[in-house]
Design a protein. Structure first.
Ligand SMILES: NC(=O)c1ccc[n+]([C@@H]2O[C@H](COP(=O)([O-])OP(=O)(O)OC[C@H]3O[C@@H](n4cnc5c(N)ncnc54)[C@H](OP(=O)(O)O)[C@@H]3O)[C@@H](O)[C@H]2O)c1
Length: 251
């Protein structure tokens, strides 16, 4: 039997029971988790993460529409040019309307404003890579309410969308060049919809990173804590960092 998520570098396991459904071969006899499809992706945000993912996914054959507050400015035009492969830029709402997958690499504080600006997200997959990192006395701090992840906030603001938490646990420079990690890098993926997670996993695989299904959207809270550990470790150990490489096992 094939694993839920297949990737170039190895076999990724999943402990999510629901995800087992996609183990079944589709009508064509192919495992849907391994079929490569070209996605239309709205990249909402043209900063470090948006730019990096936009360029890489465009080069991998996906259609990128940058959704920017300033789609006509010089910097965004230059980004569209550098991205190539038919990439375009539009307002946040236009980009989201034209895409099936909406990625929101934006500051966490901008989530309410941006989700409102995106308009109707019914039926779309929203990939949430956002993080909150607070600092106190040199240590990273967590939000007051541990149950309220940023991904949960996004889902509550866009109830018709399928939110998947992913790509928040690594720096954009590792997304850009995973070989800098010196070994495989895991990208944990959390969400309530196995089919949506499988599509996100294929996009992660396209980056040369290892997708790992870590369960329902409730697990996003832990993914956001993982980032605080990632940043906190670097902060108290100047000059060194780590990357996540995880394997799920029965407990
Ligand atoms: N930096 C990393 O290595 C990394 C890695 C993983 C996850 N993350 C997370 O991903 C998110 C984006 O990180 P980033 O480093 O790409 O940030 P960034 O360079 O500051 O870019 C954020 C982008 O969000 C857009 N945006 C929309 N509304 C905004 C607002 N009200 N204020 C400011 N920008 C707004 C902007 O694009 P327009 O001007 O075109 O609208 C901006 O370029 C953050 O939540 C971060 O924690 C970062």
């Amino acid at each position: 039997m094939k694993p839920v998520i297949a990737c170039r570098k190895g076999i990724i396991a999943s402990f999510l029971l629901g995800a087992a459904l996609i183990l079944a071969a589709d009508a064509s006899g192919q495992d849907p988790a391994t079929v490569s499809t070209s996605e239309t992706i709205a990249m909402i945000g043209t900063g470090n993460v948006g730019e990096t993912l936009g360029k890489l996914w465009a080069a991998a054959g996906h259609t990128i529409i940058y959704g920017s507050r300033t789609p006509d400015n010089e910097q965004v035009r230059a980004l569209v040019e550098e991205t190539g492969h038919g990439a375009t830029a539009a307002t946040q709402a236009e980009a989201a309307a034209r895409a099936d997958i909406v990625v929101i690499p934006i500051p966490p504080g901008a989530i309410p404003e941006v989700i409102a600006a995106l308009g109707d997200l019914q039926g779309k997959i929203v990939i949430d890579p956002t993080n909150f990192v607070g600092f106190e006395d040199g240590f990273t701090t967590s939000p007051r309410d541990p149950r309220l992840s940023l991904a949960r906030q996004v889902q509550d603001l866009a109830p018709g969308a399928t939110v998947v938490k992913a790509l928040n646990t690594l720096n954009y420079t590792i997304m850009e060049d995973p070989s800098r990690a010196g070994g495989p890098v895991t990208v944990p993926i959390a969400g309530d919809d196995p089919a949506a997670k499988a599509r996100v996993a294929r996009l992660v695989d396209d980056l040369g990173l290892e997708p790992l299904d870590v369960g329902p959207l409730a697990a996003a809270q832990y993914l956001e804590e993982m980032l605080r550990l990632y940043v906190g470790f670097r902060t108290i150990n100047p000059g060194i960092a780590f990357e996540y490489y995880l394997r799920i096992r029965p407990n």
